[in-house]
Design a protein around this ligand. Structure first.
Ligand code: ZN
Length: 117
């Protein structure tokens, strides 16, 4: 279950960002995850929730946006996005494809509450 280690590094980044912005509470966390990461959103949410217990991220909502990966045809150089299916090049029909992107995880949004002082 690699979602746990992903959630761990995510939590680290989130808490660091939150500290920078003097957050007293984290309300919502938005991430973008490449399809190639093979993340199961439910598992990641579960892992995130258990790690956030007794931190300022407790109760925060995790929003996961899945990013499809890109394919490039080695035969004709055509770029296209692939859904869930590893297909063939839509332009020339070759199956000699290169897969690009899709294996990043990016923090794109953080909603926080600030402590008044
Ligand atoms: Zn092609």
């Amino acid at each position: 279950m690699h979602e746990f280690s992903i959630a761990e590094s995510l939590m680290e980044i989130v808490l660091e960002e939150a500290t920078k912005h003097r957050a007293s509470k984290i309300l919502r966390v938005k991430i973008r995850a490449g399809k190639l990461m093979g993340i199961v959103p439910d598992l990641l949410t579960f892992a995130f929730k258990s790690l956030s217990e007794e931190t300022i991220a407790e109760g925060a909502e995790l929003e996961i946006e899945e990013i499809p990966f890109q394919g490039k045809c080695r035969n004709c150089g055509f770029f296209f996005s692939i859904g869930d299916f590893f297909g063939i090049c839509p332009q020339c029909g070759s199956d000699n494809l290169e897969i690009e992107g899709g294996n990043d995880l990016e923090l794109v949004g953080l909603e926080i509450e600030r402590s008044e002082n």
